[in-house]
Design a protein around this ligand. Structure first.
Ligand code: PRP
Length: 176
């Protein structure tokens, strides 16, 4: 099987610089506060692991798993909660970490789930935002990059379960 090297959209160095800036902003905004970071599996795990290293605040880390795409390149329109966090977030500052906001359905669903648990604050960090696909208005407090309407892979993002291990954001070409 031939090794396929996807074309880069955002390089490792660009990602790294942007994450440092996001980490600085989060550190400043949460001065004298603790944070519960919620990593949205699976796609956000790479971004989240790099981001928390740049946040100079006391953090507790939680994981949640929501899925809408299955093995397709289009959202199914249904979001399943596959795995919940274990912590009580009532009265806490919550930072949700996503890899991409596309239609906005996943994050809208997640925000609704979180709101009934009465956190003190809820903020969103997303590495990528694809505005052309947005159907559900979302406020991204800490955004890495706005991108055009290409199917992106790598740095945690997959196509049919593949390419999450790429160290950069690449573009999936038809036929690969
Ligand atoms: C992807 C991505 C976001 C969501 C964004 O998750 O990680 O959570 O889709 O799309 P939306 O804004 O249209 O809802 P996916 O369902 O592919 O699961 P995964 O993270 O486990 O790959």
């Amino acid at each position: 099987m031939e090794l396929y090297t996807p074309e880069a959209l955002i390089t490792e160095d660009e990602i790294s610089l942007r994450i440092q800036a996001l980490g600085n902003a989060i550190t400043k905004d949460f001065e004298d506060e603790d944070l519960v970071v919620i990593c949205v599996l699976k796609g956000a795990f790479v971004f989240c692991s790099d981001l928390i290293k740049k946040i100079n605040r006391p953090i507790s880390l939680e994981f949640i798993s929501l899925s809408s795409y299955g093995d397709s390149t289009n959202s199914s329109g249904n979001v399943r909660l596959e795995m919940d966090i274990t912590a009580n977030i009532e009265g806490k500052n919550v930072l949700i970490v996503e890899d991409i906001v596309d239609t906005g359905l996943t994050i809208k669903t997640l925000m609704d789930i979180m709101a009934v648990r009465k956190p003190k604050t809820v903020k969103l960090a997303s590495l990528l935002f694809k505005p052309v696909k947005l159907k559900h208005p979302v406020k991204i407090d800490y955004l890495g990059f706005e991108i055009e309407d290409k199917f992106v892979i790598g740095y945690g993002l997959d196509y049919a379960g593949r390419y999450r291990e790429l160290p950069y954001i690449g573009i999936l070409n038809a036929g690969n």
